[in-house]
Design a protein around this ligand. Sequence first.
Ligand code: IMP
Ligand code: MG
Length: 185
Amino acid sequence: MQNYKDVLAEILIDSETLQARVKELGAQISQDYPEGDLLLICILRGGVPFMVDLSRSITAPHMMDFMAVSSYGVGARESTGSARVTLDLQTDIRGKNVLLVEDIIDSGHTIASVLNMLKTRNPKSLKVCALLDKPERREAEVPIHYLGFSIPNKFVFGYGLDLDEYHRNLTFVGVVDLDKYKPSA
Ligand code: IMP
Ligand code: MG
């Protein structure tokens, strides 16, 4: 994998801007769930850095769990149709206030499938918190109750988002320079 500096077209959202927005979202969520029973569910793997930072800025007591889904019949960078659970929750969500934490809503298929599946387990409430939204790419209508940033239709990486599994650790969100990026075969 190339060094990120060799494939970065531009920094779209810098670290300070991300951290400030995550704090705002955390404050809002803290206010909105005064009754407790809050469970943050991180969609692996892209949601990890966001959920860790978000959780630390939520003052309301809450739990965390993790799930992984994979899309059917897709290339690595696109998803179509429905998603399959590859790692399920350890928590019984019945009667809990569930907040799904996702890195980005693109076509919307991933989150739509997860919402449909989790609804059948009878949570008290079920909401979505996404760091990024690419509205131009939407194919499935999904509610986004908490949103960090709406972004243009560009492939981005960093702060959880990967470039072929690399560079999730970056503290900013950058745009990939597709002329310079050489996917390894
Ligand atoms: P959706 O089902 O099309 O909404 O896909 C959402 C998933 O696709 C996200 O959870 C990401 O894993 C991935 N994804 C979508 N856009 C990007 C991007 O620009 N960079 C990295 N991953 C992305
Ligand atoms: Mg993801």
